[in-house]
Design a protein around this ligand. Structure first.
Ligand SMILES: Cc1cc2nc3c(=O)[nH]c(=O)nc-3n(C[C@H](O)[C@H](O)[C@H](O)COP(=O)(O)OP(=O)(O)OC[C@H]3O[C@@H](n4cnc5c(N)ncnc54)[C@H](O)[C@@H]3O)c2cc1C
Length: 373
């Protein structure tokens, strides 16, 4: 762990996941002084393991492709689905050859360390506890340390903790949760693909992981999870047994019931600020968190990191242009949000519908253009 070296920075980034680490890395390479504060020590497993082939050019741009390949992640040859019928999508037709099944803890830690190697001050086990603005950001960390910064970036993921503390509000698009179990000691030699299957209470996702592990996840709505006790091992397994391809895949490979499925939020949302021209930005899930069906969370986080780093650089060099720069940045995020909602509607409208609340809620017309803020 590198300690914070100075009390004053051009930019402080709260959150060291993919979005925060990539933003800090870009800013440090551009010659700015930057600190990134990460609440965890990357000690717990993280969800979001399947990376689309489009991750490759993004990692190449960051200069991290060979480091990524050396980490031994599994190539993903494509997606099989039971969605609107049986389907297969092969990544072999992609310009980048394959997607990837990654250990997210290893992947996220690699990005965080790369930000430190690029010159960012990094701090683990440290979150931002308070912030105020008097021409500079005055920041207090959870360990009591104090920092000042010219620009502040919220990369705290779905919680958008910093933005919300500054008065921005979340527009929720759903209340999705993922209910996950993992198994180790599984032979995944022939399993290098993602399987998605529509079911009564939501949809199932199964994928292999490095080191002979496998993950299965039910994506449903929080209220449906509660009503049907879907996080209990018994109900989760019963739901799994009602699937066809998913249960066949797991029963073929795994003996026994999942011990304790873990619930995490997968809610999609947009964080909006209104007429707040202080120099702070949101990046990654903090700005726009998307339904995992889009499979685009991590590539999106790395793409918005590029936009955030560029805007932060301009805020540092032309502070008097803050109104235009922030308005443009937010407008671009609104455009992304509209595209996301349109894509999400097309995915769910194409699914074979079960006559259950999860699916009837999702029979929606394609949304109109979103203009928030
Ligand atoms: C169930 C599920 C399945 C998914 N599957 C996929 C998938 O297959 N493929 C894909 O590409 N994407 C997937 N995603 C989405 C993907 O995980 C996210 O889009 C991606 O992690 C966003 O990166 P981020 O850096 O914005 O946020 P995060 O990854 O959430 O990182 C935020 C970081 O901020 C830290 N933090 C939080 N609060 C504070 C604080 N106050 N101070 C300091 N640090 C803080 C956290 O510890 C964390 O490290 C999935 C998401 C879910 C929920």
């Amino acid at each position: 762990m590198r300690l914070l070296m100075s009390p004053t920075y051009d930019v402080v980034v709260a959150g060291g996941g993919p979005a925060g680490a990539a933003t800090a890395l870009r800013l440090a390479r551009a010659g700015h002084t930057v600190a990134v504060l990460e609440r965890s020590h990357f000690e717990h497993p993280r969800v979001g393991e399947t990376l689309a082939p489009s991750i490759q050019p993004l990692l190449r741009t960051l200069g991290l492709w060979s480091r990524f390949v050396a980490a031994g992640h599994l190539p993903s040859w494509g997606t099989r689905s039971l969605w609107s019928g049986a389907g297969e999508h092969s990544h072999l037709t992609s310009a980048y050859g394959s997607g990837w099944h990654v250990d997210r803890r290893t992947f996220d830690r690699m990005l965080f360390d790369a930000a430190g190697d690029a010159g960012a001050s990094t701090c683990l086990g440290c979150s931002l506890s308070s912030c105020s603005y008097d021409g500079m950001w005055q920041l207090t960390c959870s360990d009591g340390g104090r920092l000042t910064a010219r620009v502040l970036i919220d990369a705290t993921g779905r919680s958008a903790a910093v933005g919300r503390s500054l008065g921005a509000r979340r527009i929720p698009f759903d209340r999705l949760v993922g209910i996950t179990a993992r198994w180790s000691g599984v032979d995944v030699t022939d399993e290098h693909y993602l399987l998605i299957e529509a079911a009564a209470h939501g949809w199932w996702y199964t994928a292999p992981l490095a080191h002979n592990a496998m993950i299965a996840m039910l994506i449903t709505d929080a209220d449906i999870c509660r009503r049907h006790h879907l996080s209990s091992p018994m109900a989760w397994t019963t739901d799994l047994n009602q699937t066809s391809a998913t249960s066949a895949r797991l029963h073929h490979k795994i003996a026994g019931v999942a011990s304790s499925p873990r619930v995490c939020s997968a809610a999609s949302q947009r964080l909006i600020r209104s007429r707040d021209l202080r120099p702070w930005l949101t990046v990654g899930d903090a700005a726009l968190a998307v339904d995992p069906i889009s499979g685009s969370g991590v590539p999106r986080a790395l793409r918005t990191a590029e936009a955030a780093a560029e805007t932060a650089t301009r805020l540092l060099s032309h502070p008097s242009d803050a109104a235009d720069l922030i308005t443009q940045y937010e407008s671009d995020r609104n455009t992304e949000c509209t595209t996301y909602l349109t894509t999400r509607a097309s995915y769910y409208n194409a699914a074979a519908h079960h006559p259950t609340p999860f699916w009837t809620r999702r029979r929606t017309p394609v949304p109109r253009v979103v203009e928030y803020g």
